[in-house]
Every structure is written in structure tokens, then in C-alpha cells.
Design a protein around this ligand. Structure first.
Ligand code: PAP
Length: 318
């Protein structure tokens, strides 16, 4: 498959997607463009294409898909807990990103042959996560009866969460960004796995057309009623849980529990970014964007949300 890599100095022209006007954020020197989406570097895109070429989901697999910083770590913990009854200690000693590995960042990065076969120990269920857009991964996802869970989050908190995450990485020292510059790029779609709106809409459309296959949930809905959503998720996965079990899962996957887990007290997760294990836990709140974004930027993002999401019938009121 063909893809193009863009250096930091590409100048602006007609389309913000094909020609980012200023250096990219996250990784200052290069992002790779494929099928209308930006990927964080050519190595990442190569691994992504390897996933697309080779990944054959099994019918009992669960694929957690998401745009970065929309609740992936939380959902990893919830899905793992729903499908593994002995998860309490696991979550204390194992990072959610290792319990539910990323197809493109871990599984195909460490083993080009792909994941190990399902084992009887987990009842044949494997859980993976991916940030790859539906528009790129649909062939794989639809090649078996695997289930897909997609989590998304309001765009303003997403960009603020991403900004703070990138700020903790070594690359930020090389190319510091203001929050407004980051939001500007986010609105233009020039963001890893972006454009955000198209990423969300790809999975959203599929969830409406095929609700037995794709479970679509927002971070805000989960925050609003986590127990009800855990029960719905468990039902969707074919392993229903009662009220008490759902309460326990919500408790053990709460921001407070996970951020204080032994595994998050030390160690680095993605060493190439120089990010400690605890960098996946910042505030875990809805509406933190109001502390960082100017009224003009809030209006700009809201206008995009109205145009892209409200017209498609969702994410009202945020
Ligand atoms: P990733 O894409 O790098 O895996 P992801 O887990 O999707 O990141 O998003 C991180 C956000 O989820 C952080 O949000 P914040 O920056 O606004 O605080 C993080 O705090 C939040 N988060 C992580 N775990 C939980 C949790 N258990 N409950 C609620 N929010 C959480």
C-alpha cells in the first residue's frame, strides 16, 4: 500500500489535510498520511498497514477502537474486568495497556506474525485495542464475527487531554506548542489518527448500521451512569453481569483506583515517548477544557461539532 510522509517544513496550500501549514505536534518532524488520515510517523503507519494486511480477528475477539485520549485506558480496564473475573489483582499489577495491547503499537510491533492464538484460559476471548480509523480497518473487522467497542469523548476535552499528554513527552521539548496552536491543528484534522471527526463518524455510522457488531459509547455517558453502561457492555459481549458485579467492576476501574494502582507508581509505558505509566491518568473529568481554551476556540470547535455530529444525531449539549 502506498503512503506519503510529510516533513515538518511542508508549506500551506489548498487542503489542510494534504498540506499541514506548520510543523506537526506530537512528533515534531514527521507524520504520515494515508487514506485521508494522519498517523504518528512512518513506522507507525508501516505497522498499521501490517495490521491491515495481516490481522484476522477471531469470532470471539473484542476490538476496542478509539481516537487517542477519549477513554481508552478506562475502557481497557472495564472490558478486561468484564471478561476476566479475577481482574482485581491483575489491574493492580499490570498496566491496562499491557492487559489489552494495541494492535499497531504493541502486538504487530513486537511480533510481525501477529497475536498468539486464543487460549482456553480466557474462554477463547482476546481483547485488543486500536486507534486505526474504521475507514482503514473495516475489512479486517468485518472479516469475522468479532465484536467492536468504540469509545469517544467530546472534542474539547479530547484535545486538552492530548495536549497535556504530549506535553509530558520528550518530543515536546523539541517542539513546544501552545494549547491554542494544538487546538488549531486539531480543528484542521492534523492530529495523530485525525481528523478526529471523521474517525468518530466512521465507527458511529457502523454502530448504527450494525449495532450487534459495534457498541458505541461516549466518555460522558460512561461518567454519567457507569454501572448501567457496564451492564450494557457485558450484555453486548455475551457475558451479562448483575448489579453487584457491575458496581464492583466500576469501582475497581475508577480513576482513583487505577491511578493509585501499584503498577502506576513507577515505570515507563511507551519508552520512545519517554512517558511514565501514570501519564494515562491526569484528571479524568468532563469539562476541563474550560480551564484552557479561549471562548473563540470553544466556539470554533462547537461549530464543527454541530456541523459534524449534531447533524448526524449525536453528542448534543457538549
Ligand atoms: P490513550 O489514547 O493514550 O490510551 P486515553 O486512555 O484514551 O489515552 O485517555 C486518557 C484520558 O482518560 C485522560 O483524561 P484527562 O487528560 O482529561 O484527565 C485520563 O485521565 C482519563 N482516564 C484514564 N483512566 C480513567 C478512568 N478510570 N476513569 C476516567 N477517566 C480516566
Amino acid at each position: 500500500m502506498e503512503f506519503s510522509q510529510h516533513s515538518a517544513n511542508i508549506s500551506s496550500s489548498s487542503s489542510p489535510l494534504s498540506s499541514p501549514p506548520v510543523p506537526f505536534w506530537w512528533q515534531p518532524s514527521q507524520q504520515a498520511h494515508f487514506n485521508g488520515f494522519w498517523f504518528p510517523g512512518s513506522d507507525n503507519l508501516r505497522r498499521t498497514l501490517k495490521v491491515v494486511d495481516s490481522f484476522k480477528p477471531q469470532s470471539r475477539d473484542v476490538i476496542l477502537a478509539s481516537f487517542p485520549k477519549t477513554g481508552t485506558t478506562w475502557l481497557k480496564s472495564l472490558l478486561y474486568s468484564i471478561t476476566h473475573s479475577s481482574s482485581l489483582d491483575s489491574l493492580n499489577h499490570n498496566h491496562p495497556h499491557l492487559l489489552v495491547p494495541s494492535l499497531e503499537l504493541l502486538v504487530f510491533a513486537t511480533n510481525p506474525a501477529g497475536p498468539a492464538a486464543p487460549s482456553d484460559e480466557t474462554g477463547g476471548t482476546r481483547i485488543f485495542n486500536t486507534h486505526i480509523p474504521y475507514q482503514v480497518l473495516s475489512g479486517n473487522l468485518n472479516s469475522s464475527d468479532c465484536k467492536v467497542v468504540y469509545v469517544t469523548r467530546n472534542p474539547k476535552d479530547t484535545v486538552i487531554s492530548l495536549f497535556h499528554y504530549v506535553k509530558k513527552s520528550k518530543t515536546f521539548e523539541e517542539a513546544p506548542w501552545t494549547v491554542e496552536e494544538a487546538a488549531d491543528q486539531f480543528c484542521k484534522g492534523v492530529v495523530p489518527y485525525g481528523p478526529y471527526y471523521e474517525h468518530v463518524l466512521g465507527y458511529r455510522k457502523e454502530s448504527l448500521e450494525n449495532p450487534q457488531k459495534v457498541f458505541f459509547v461516549t466518555y460522558e455517558e460512561l461518567k454519567g451512569d457507569p454501572i448501567a453502561h457496564v451492564k450494557r457492555l457485558a450484555e453486548f459481549l455475551g457475558c451479562p453481569v448483575g448489579e453487584e458485579a457491575a458496581e464492583e467492576i466500576v469501582r475497581r476501574c475508577s480513576f482513583g483506583e487505577l491511578s493509585n494502582a501499584a503498577v502506576n507508581k513507577s515505570g515507563d509505558m511507551f519508552t520512545w515517548l519517554g512517558l511514565p505509566n501514570n501519564s494515562f491518568f491526569r484528571k479524568g473529568e468532563v469539562g476541563d477544557y474550560a480551564n484552557f481554551l479561549s471562548p473563540e476556540t470553544i466556539r470554533r470547535i462547537d461549530d464543527l461539532t454541530v456541523d459534524k455530529f449534531h447533524k448526524a444525531g449525536f453528542m448534543y449539549g457538549i
